[in-house]
Each structure stands twice: as C-alpha cells, then as structure tokens.
Design a binder for this molecule. Structure first.
Ligand code: NOJ
Ligand code: NOJ
Length: 436
C-alpha cells in the first residue's frame, strides 16, 4: 500500500465515518429534518393568495403595521420555486406531490402572464400585484436577477416534466424555438442573453450598476438554458446562450478586489444609495449559492470564495450586539452599512435568510471536502452553529420574519418571509449527503 493510500484510508476511517455519524446526531440537522414539512406548509400558505391569481407568490404574510410585502416579487418567487422543485423530486407519489404539481403549473401561468402584461421596464420588472398587474410607482428597476431566477425555476420544472415523459407539455407551454420568443423560458433567455451587460438594480433593490449576484444567476440560467435548448433541438440558441454565459463568466472575474481581499458586490455603480463603502455584501454569498452549479466555477474551496465568506462572517460577528451573547453561530446581515429596518432606516439588522445562507454554504463546502476525502468536521460544526443561531432568534414555533433586531435578538419586519422557508428547505437539502 502506498503512503498516499494509507493516509487516505486513515482519513476515511478516523475522520469521515465518525464525522458523518456526528453530523447525523447534531441538534441543528435533527431540527431541520423534523421541520421540513412545516417549512413546506409555510411556503404553501404564501402561494396563490385568496385576493389574487393562482400562482402568485407573496413575499411575506400581510400583517398590520409591518411593511407591505403583499406582492409577487419575481426574485423571491423564483428562489422559492427553485427550492420547492428540489423538494418535488424527493417526494414520494401522493397528495403532496400532486399539490406541488398544481402549484408549478399555476406559477407557470402567472409567470407567462406577467411577462406579457403592460409594465414600465421589460422582463426585468421586479414586482407585481397579486392580480398580475404591474406596479407603476417609483421603484428600483429593472432588476435583472429576477428573469434569471424565473428562468432557472421554470427550466428545473421543464426538466422534471421531461423526466416524467411529458415532453409535449414542455414544448407546448415552456420552451419553443420560435423567434421572437413565444414561451416563458425562451423569453427570459433571449432577454438575458441580450441585456446582461446593461446596468440594473441589485438584489436589495438599492443600487444600480453591475452586480456579482445578478451575473451569477444569469450565468446559471444561460448554461442550464443552453442544455435544455439542445435537448429540444434548438441548436443555434444553445450555442448562443452558452457563448454568452462564457462572456458573463469573464465579467464575473472583475469583482475580485485584490486590495480589499474579497469578492465585491457591485462594479460600475450608476445610481442608488451611496453609503456602501465596503462593497462587502452577503449578496456575494447568495450569488454563489443561487448561481452555483457545482461545476468548479468559484467552487467552495476557491481561495477567493473562502476569503470572502471569512470576511463576511468576521465583520458581522463584530458588528451586531446580538452576536456578543453566548448563543452559538453568527447572525449575518445584508451588508455592514445597511440601514433598512423594515419600517424605518435607523440601522441594519441581521437577516435569517443571510444567516441560513452562511450555514448552507458551509454544508456545501463540507460536502466538497468529503468528496475530496479531506477532513470537514469543523466546517459542519460551524454550519450547525449558524442553523442554531437562526433557530434561536425564530418565533417559538420555528417561524421566521425578515429580520432579527440587532440589539434584542427579537424577530422584526415582514412576517413569515417566504424566502426564509425556501432557505430552510435548501439548507436542509444540503445536509442530506451527510446522513446517508
Ligand atoms: C425596499 C427594498 O425592498 C429594500 O431592500 C430596501 O432596503 C428599501 N426599499 C430601501 O430602498
Ligand atoms: C427586500 C429585499 O431587499 C429584497 O431582496 C426582496 O426581494 C424584497 N424585500 C421582498 O422580499
């Protein structure tokens, strides 16, 4: 036996096996396991509201005195449907699966409707009333991450239908080669592949410019779109989407800031808030998660990625008073200079969805280390502690609002933010590999 083999064997026997056993018995993972059905139901409660059209996804439950999130945000909806799609695949046949199937077709109809309705900007229009009408008041628009996330969610749904033998439905309702595009996926892909260089508003709807998050999700939409296009015999389009995705990839390299030592959120700022001096932002972490394809591009073990996540964690750990208590884990916010409190602008807070994103990234990194047969126990431990942190600030039944008050640790702002439950489901998905 060579020395390398011996070392590998040693690592497997003495590290991996006890590590996975350890992961399985963590409180954090057990809590996620025990609550997936609850998170799923929380999402369903925010789909197809009684006063709206089927397929509208409200961003949060409507509650007096809280900010009004009773709209269909294209971004939040896309993120939610991507998470539900993962769940759809793991559900056994039965009532829940049928219910999700209906939800997807409703979401598809609603998406097709808002693509075609009269609005101020093109497919980058960010938010709609639940009756499918566009919002005509001032807002940061366009937001070009929206159509990318919508495309990804619909591509995943198309892939499911193809796997179930429903190619006719896909060709009839989701993807057709016709130009100008007639069906939703192709519409978004045409829009993205022709407009990704243009400035748009960021994930937080505050800054107009070129954004890491937006380009990461556009890259994924174009690459996954190219695969679907090829599968449906639209060769020329497949090549075009793929070539544009490669250009997007090059553009993404410009976000590394050597001086700062991390991947920054925005370049070529045009307008919007001007006090984000650090340019350090959880949007980068979210871009790596939502745009990640496990294809080696900005992988979790990339030194630039590691440096950025480390910096985010250390910055928020020091910034928020709640992080000084004895609870494990670090509550993470949007960006250090944030001032948005939901109803006021008196200072930023940690957000459950950012805290869970940090946990999810650590599980993903641990999974990569496991595949490379390297030790990963400390990373899982960190992920578990961040899940516990999010849980610690949740309401007693596990439900979560948009923000965590940075001083008191109480839940704050929009109630039952749909995206939180999507983040809980995707975080849970990432733990499954340690439970096999
Ligand atoms: C509402 C946006 O959704 C939020 O992200 C932003 O901070 C505030 N408006 C202020 O622009
Ligand atoms: C504010 C967040 O900044 C934005 O990302 C989100 O889309 C909206 N709220 C709705 O949840």
């Amino acid at each position: 036996m060579s020395t390398t083999t011996r070392i590998l064997l040693f690592l497997c026997i003495f590290c991996c096996i006890p590590f996975s056993a350890f992961a399985k018995h963590s409180d954090a993972i057990e809590w996620l396991d025990a609550n997936t059905e609850f998170f799923h139901q929380k999402i369903l409660a925010n789909l197809s509201p009684a006063d709206g059209l089927p397929g509208a996804v409200i961003a949060a439950r409507k509650v007096e005195h809280e900010p009004d999130y009773h709209y269909h945000w294209v971004r939040d909806a896309g993120i939610t449907m991507i998470a539900l799609n993962d769940r759809y695949q793991s559900l056994p046949d039965g009532h829940n699966k049928q219910q999700l199937r209906h939800a997807f077709f409703d979401y598809l109809d609603f998406s097709a409707r808002i693509q075609n309705t009269n609005k101020l900007t093109d497919l980058g229009e960010p938010k709609f009333y639940v009756n499918g009408e566009a919002y005509f008041h001032p807002w940061g628009r366009p937001q070009n991450d929206g159509p990318a996330l919508r495309a990804i969610s619909l591509i995943h749904w198309a892939n499911n239908l193809l796997a179930e033998g429903d190619e006719a439905i896909v060709r009839h309702r989701l993807y057709d080669a016709a130009l100008p595009a007639t069906l939703p996926i192709k519409k978004d892909l045409e829009y993205l592949s022709h407009h990704w260089r243009e400035p748009s508003f960021d994930i937080w709807e505050e800054v107009q410019g070129t954004h890491f998050y937006t380009l990461m999700v556009i890259r994924r939409a174009l690459l996954e779109g190219a695969i679907l296009a090829r599968r449906l015999d639209d060769q020329g389009a497949a090549e075009w989407y793929h070539s544009q995705a490669k250009q997007v990839e090059l553009a993404i390299q410009s976000f590394w800031n050597e001086e700062k030592g991390y991947l920054t959120a925005t370049i070529n700022r045009v307008s919007g808030i001007d006090y984000k001096q650090s340019n350090l932002d959880s949007a980068v972490l979210l871009g790596l998660l939502h745009g990640g394809m496990d294809d080696g591009f900005l992988a979790w073990d990339n030194p630039k990625v590691i440096a950025t996540l480390r910096k985010l964690r250390a910055t928020f750990a020091a910034l928020y008073p709640v992080n000084q208590d004895k609870t494990p884990g670090v509550a993470i916010g949007r960006y250090p200079e944030d001032r948005y409190g939901g109803n006021d602008f008196t200072g930023g807070n940690p957000w459950p969805l950012c805290t869970l994103a940090m946990a999810e990234a650590s599980y993903a990194y641990a999974a990569l280390l496991q595949r490379h047969q390297q030790p990963y126990a400390s990373i899982i431990h960190q992920a578990n502690s961040d899940v516990k942190r999010a849980r610690h600030h949740a309401h007693p039944d596990g439900s979560m609002d948009e923000q965590i008050d940075r001083d008191s640790g109480e839940m704050k702002s929009a109630r039952d933010l749909t995206w939180n439950y999507a983040a809980l489901l995707t975080t849970h998905q990432r733990t499954l590999v340690f439970q096999q």
